[in-house]
Every structure is written in C-alpha cells, then in structure tokens.
Design a protein around this ligand. Structure first.
Ligand SMILES: Cc1cc2nc3c(=O)[nH]c(=O)nc-3n(C[C@H](O)[C@H](O)[C@H](O)COP(=O)(O)OP(=O)(O)OC[C@H]3O[C@@H](n4cnc5c(N)ncnc54)[C@H](O)[C@@H]3O)c2cc1C
Length: 378
C-alpha cells in the first residue's frame, strides 16, 4: 500500500468511527473531481473495528439456534438534510440501511410505577422523520462504507500518540506531519492530519502543541451512557408489559428516573428471528455522575430501576443481563456551531460529531465541512 509518488497527497484520519469513514468517502469523491494528482488516505483506528454502531450478540446455553442481539450504542438515526439523504440513498438501495417506523411511548413516574400500572397514560407517537437502522447488524453500515473506500488504507489497533510541534516538517513548500503510534514507532508522514476522536481524547492529542484552536476543543461537554442488555429465553416468559398483545410501542421514553429509553430489538425490521432482546440506555446525566463508580453497584442500581419499570417477577425475569459503559456518548452544553477546528499553517484539523449536534447526521455534516476546508486550503 506504500505510495512512492512525490506528487501524492497523503492524509491521515484519526478514528474509524462514522465521522472518519464518511470523511474518507467524501474526500476521495471530491478530490478525484477537483484535483488531478493522486491521493492516499490512511485511517488509524485504535480498536479492532469500524463505526460505533456497535452490536452485541449472545447465544443462550441451551441448544437453541437463535440468539439475542442488542444495538448497544446508537439505536437508529434520522436524515433531515438533502445532502445526508443523498449520501445514505445507495445504502438504502443496497438494503444495508432500512427505515424503522418505531412507535414511541412516553411515560412519566417511571421511578415509582411499572409500565403496566400507568399504561392508560402512555402517549405514543410516530416520529416525524423516518429513522434508519443498519441491517443485518448496526455495524454493517460502517463496514460497507469502509469497503467502498478506494484510496484508503485502514490501520486497526493503532493508537496515534499525542502530537508535538517538533513532529512538523516545515522544510518543503507545505508543512508535513510525522505521526507515531503509542509504542513510539513512526506510522508515516502526512500532508494533512484530521482528528475525529471524541473531544476529550482530541484535547489529549493536542495538549503539547501550539494548535491555534486548541482552547476550543473542550467547549462542548460529553456525557457518558450506561447500556443494559436484557434477553429472555422465549416470548412466553416476557413480563406482561413486553408481550406483543399488551404493547403499543417499540421504544419507551422514560422521564424522571435513572433510565432514559427502552428499545425492543426483536420488533425492528428483519429482527423478528431474534430471541426476545431489550436494550435500555440509562440517563446521560446519571451515567456521567456514576461513570467511575464500581460497576457492580451501577449494574445493581440500573437493574433495579429496569425491574421497577418493566415489572418482571421471578417467572418473567430476564435470562441474560449485560452492561456496557460508554464514556463519551452524548454532546451537551455549549456548541461549536457545526464547524471543524482548523490550523491551516500546520494543516491540522479537528472534527467529530461533537462539533455539531452529536448525532450520526452530525458526523456527515462535520465530515462534509471538514473536507471542504481541507480541499480549499490544499
Ligand atoms: C449509547 C449511545 C446512543 C446513541 N444514540 C444515538 C441516536 O439515537 N441517534 C444518533 O444519531 N446518534 C446517537 N449516538 C451518537 C452516535 O453514536 C455518534 O454521533 C457517532 O457514533 C460518533 O461518531 P464519530 O466518528 O464522530 O466518533 P467515534 O465513533 O467516537 O469515533 C472516533 C474514533 O476515534 C478512535 N480514536 C480515538 N483516539 C484515537 C487515537 N489516538 N488513535 C486512533 N484512534 C483513535 C476511537 O477508537 C473511535 O473509534 C449515540 C451514541 C451512544 C454511545
């Protein structure tokens, strides 16, 4: 994959989440139409996979061929702008993204009442904008974008080490950045450095540099989210509020408690084959306060709250329980006005969903704005 052409523009993208992948996709498309010299993109991702649209599976210990499945991060996303709708259209045509017409129920008093006891007061709605899920798994879309990249190499399990001003080579006509991994090995020299890490991690990468927009990185706050994953052995053993004939909803939005939303996974399109699987996101503010607590105690608190709302008994208790902690899940507080942070002299750019609304559509918007900035400054 090494490109020896002196003419080639080399771009490093830190992060193989949706912002990084969409940035690579838009960059290769725009570059080939606007520039006539070669482009080489390298995406560095510290984990083993792309995208944060994570899916977890478990098989029960019985000989069942079925399994549980939970979309443990983002559950679904909306596409409001025409540009984002156009970007996702080929993936909808390829059946990788599917619209999901969920019915959302809103309940208050979740701290003290079960869903059954207040079902008469549940308000249900169908969202104004269709929401999309990735199929057959939430990870499928990220993989499909990665597979479509032609000028790009993705290096997994490579954590880029914090930058310093001394890694900049200003000898040529334009500055170039030499990057190192956390073992101190050089991973290449690049004409542009694009960082899509969550803002706390981005701040660590630039802490010892004179990056001009460094002070703005921590303006938005990011809050944590705990995710509970519950599985039942069959539909007959579900608590009554989760039985299909008793339920008018597939998403339950809870106010006033430590839980935020309950999602019925086996209701989603093409998910009917699953064993009953329910994902519950905890409230972001509660998760942030308890982010470093003992995980056993968090587990106990969340499970108690879930049992309070869903009202299971010993006969209808879940057969599988799992917990995941997302340290940087939701963007809150002051916004950065949907613009990436750029230092044109160094050719360093910092972007990510947190520069915008902290959503999948924000990943697209920030990727598009970042690529426009890079191409116009190149
Ligand atoms: C629980 C939860 C629920 C959500 N619900 C919704 C929803 O309903 N709708 C919606 O639209 N969005 C939702 N989101 C938000 C959505 O998931 C994010 O907007 C999106 O995934 C952010 O993508 P990103 O590429 O900007 O960041 P990330 O996915 O965080 O990608 C950044 C990548 O950078 C990598 N990285 C960091 N530092 C380094 C380094 N030094 N070297 C190499 N790699 C590095 C990380 O490993 C990571 O993969 C939810 C998120 C969570 C966690």
């Amino acid at each position: 994959m090494t490109d020896t052409s002196a003419q080639t523009t080399r771009i490093a993208i830190i992060g193989g989440g949706l912002t990084g992948l969409i940035s690579a996709a838009l960059l290769q498309r725009e570059w080939t139409t606007q520039r006539n010299h070669p482009l080489r993109i390298t995406v560095f991702e510290k984990s083993r996979g792309v995208g944060r649209m994570a899916t977890r599976y478990r098989k029960p210990q019985t000989s069942s061929k079925q399994e549980w499945q939970w979309a443990m991060g983002v559950q679904s996303f909306s596409a409001k702008s025409d540009a984002f709708k156009a970007f996702i259209a080929p993936f909808i045509d390829a059946n990788i993204l599917a619209p999901w017409q969920s019915r959302i129920a809103h309940i208050k008093e979740a701290q003290t009442k079960t869903v059954d006891s207040i079902s008469a007061n549940i308000r249900t709605e169908t969202p104004e904008h269709p929401r999309y899920i990735s199929s057959p798994k939430m990870t499928s879309w990220g993989r499909a974008i990665a597979d479509s990249l032609t000028h790009t190499e993705i290096q997994f399990k490579t954590r880029i080490a914090p930058l310093t001003d001394s890694i900049l080579d200003n000898q040529g006509a334009t500055p170039r950045t030499k990057l190192y991994d956390e073992e101190g090995s050089s991973v290449g020299v690049f004409d542009w450095f694009i960082c899509t890490a969550p803002n706390v991690q981005a701040a660590e990468l630039f802490a010892d540099t004179s990056f001009t927009a460094k002070d703005k990185i921590l303006i938005p706050s990011m809050q944590a989210c705990y995710t509970l994953m519950l599985g039942w052995q069959d539909k007959a053993h579900l608590p009554s509020c989760l039985q299909e004939n008793m339920r008018q909803w597939s998403v339950l939005s809870l106010a006033d408690g430590i839980l935020d939303k309950v999602f019925i996974e086996h209701d989603k399109p093409e998910h009917g084959h699953l064993l009953p699987s329910v994902t519950i996101h905890a409230d972001n503010a509660w998760s942030e306060v308890h982010v470093d607590d003992d995980q056993e105690s968090v587990h106990t608190h969340l499970l108690k709250a879930a049992q309070q709302v869903l009202g299971w008994t010993s006969n209808t208790a879940p057969n599988h329980i799992d917990l995941h902690r997302w340290r940087y899940a939701a963007t809150t507080g002051e916004r950065l006005n949907d613009v990436p942070l750029i230092d044109k002299n160094k050719r360093w750019l910092v972007t990510g969903d947190w520069c915008g609304a902290g959503s999948i559509e924000a990943c697209y918007q920030m990727a598009a704005a970042s690529i426009t900035a890079v191409i116009s400054a190149s």
